[in-house]
Design a protein around this ligand. Structure first.
Ligand code: ADP
Ligand code: MG
Length: 408
């Protein structure tokens, strides 16, 4: 664990770069410092391994004040990634990878297995260890740069805008790689970025710096949901804020509860009667414990004529989503697969709800244009609104034998 306790940094000339910083990072966390230029990100990060000395306050690593640690021990525990992660051209790939372990005076015979193990993690052949960087493609060189950062097996790795100068595609690939390796190897990474998208993609928690102070320290999700002030909103941008509303809500917020269902031991006759009564064209088939098995549709019954079948024999498979699916993913399912309704199941695959296309459309409109476009919504999607039909039917459960105009 890394702990900042009332940490301040004043550069010569009374330049206050960090004011009274209090933070705690857990082991294995990916932390991003973000903020405008000059807000103190780099200063805060570099104080962790004493590249910048603290003016007042203290930083503890696993409860030990870094001032009291032997600098060599500190470097063994905290790695620092050289800017732009470039490789040294006159050294082989192998020599590049083991650069820091060598500086830390590791046993020579340990180094080869470490390098081999690491190069496999980024899907490059072991034979590449003996090549020179110029014999590798740009992307391959960058992957080597990333594993070099991990070679000395430090628990904590500091990275200061390592991907700042890269094109978006390379950058995206390297972000994914760093994130994957960080998880696999259980590293704590403290990463400085000026790019909010990068921070949101990578970080478990983000420290938002402004004028040398911590403005907000929270998960990407919470920052998007509740930005601390206008400065944070500005860093996020309007698009992100709107998008966030749709992207973090889960389908259980918009689903209808208790969709029309029947156990599989019932018959097509019972199902048809239920469809008429509830004015729906589809019924979900469940077992006795409520686990979703499939669905039956009114028009599928025509093929059996007057024959009565058990639902067990006739139900079709149905695609279902879990209740913690975020609405945005349900939206793409509904539109990509052109489905009207998606059953929602719990962790045990029990049927608990139904997301209708209409409900999803409501959500999209709400997030794009706020509350004031209701009329248009209803006009456009009236026909599709099975949800409405179901609700209507449960309010008025009286027998009605004309239901043929409800179609799927
Ligand atoms: P960031 O990484 O967020 O851009 P820095 O931590 O590099 O910000 O800098 C924070 C503030 O401290 C800035 O105002 C910067 O000018 C100042 N500063 C940084 N390094 C030095 C230094 N070596 N001497 C004097 N002032 C510095
Ligand atoms: Mg900086």
């Amino acid at each position: 664990m890394i702990e900042f306790k009332n940490v301040s940094k004043v550069y010569p000339g009374n330049q206050v770069a960090a004011k009274n910083i209090n933070l705690k990072f857990n082991d294995g966390e990916f932390i991003c410092f973000i903020g405008s230029s000059g807000s103190g990100k780099t200063t805060c990060m570099r104080m962790i391994n004493r590249m910048n000395e603290i003016t007042t306050g203290e930083i503890l690593i696993d409860g030990v004040n870094i001032q009291d640690m032997d600098p060599v021990d500190l470097r063994r525990q905290v790695g620092y990634v050289i800017q732009q992660i470039g490789l040294l051209p006159h050294m082989t790939v192998y020599e590049n990878i083991v650069l820091v372990p060598k500086l830390l005076k590791w046993d020579e015979d340990k180094l080869r297995p470490i390098a081999e193990n690491l190069i496999k993690k980024v899907d490059l052949p072991v034979s590449y260890l003996d090549k020179y960087p110029s014999e590798l493609s740009g992307g391959q060189q960058q992957r080597i740069g990333v594993i070099r950062a991990l070679a000395a097996d430090q628990d904590i790795i500091l990275m200061d805008e390592p991907f700042g100068a890269l094109d978006p595609i390379t950058r995206d690939a390297l972000q994914k790689l760093v994130k994957r390796l960080q998880r696999e190897m259980g590293k704590t990474i403290v990463f400085v970025s000026h790019d909010m998208d990068e921070a949101l993609n990578l970080a478990d928690r983000i420290v938002i710096m402004g004028k040398g102070k911590v403005v907000q320290f929270d998960t990407p999700e919470n920052i998007l949901k509740n930005p601390a002030n206008e400065y944070v909103e500005g860093l996020l941008g309007e698009d992100k804020l709107n998008e966030a509303k749709a992207s973090y809500e889960t389908v259980d917020k918009i689903m209808l509860k208790n969709p029309v269902s029947m156990t599989s031991d019932r018959s097509t006759y019972d199902a048809l009667a239920m469809m008429r009564k509830k004015r729906v064209d589809t019924i979900f088939v469940v077992d006795k414990e409520g686990h979703l098995l499939g669905k039956v549709g009114m028009f599928d019954f025509q093929q059996y004529g007057r024959q009565i079948k058990s639902l067990e024999e006739v139900y079709d498979d149905v695609y279902a989503i879990r209740k913690d699916t975020i609405i945005r993913n349900a939206i793409s399912d509904i539109y990509n697969a052109d489905i009207k309704n998606l059953p929602v199941v719990d962790d045990e695959h029990r049927l608990i709800g139904l997301v209708t296309r209409a409900a999803v459309v409501d959500t999209i409109y709400m997030n794009l244009w706020g509350d004031d476009e209701e009329e248009e919504e209803e006009e456009v999607f009236e026909e599709d609104n099975l949800a409405e039909l179901i609700q209507e039917a449960s309010r008025d459960a009286s027998e009605d034998d004309e239901s043929g105009d409800v179609s799927d």
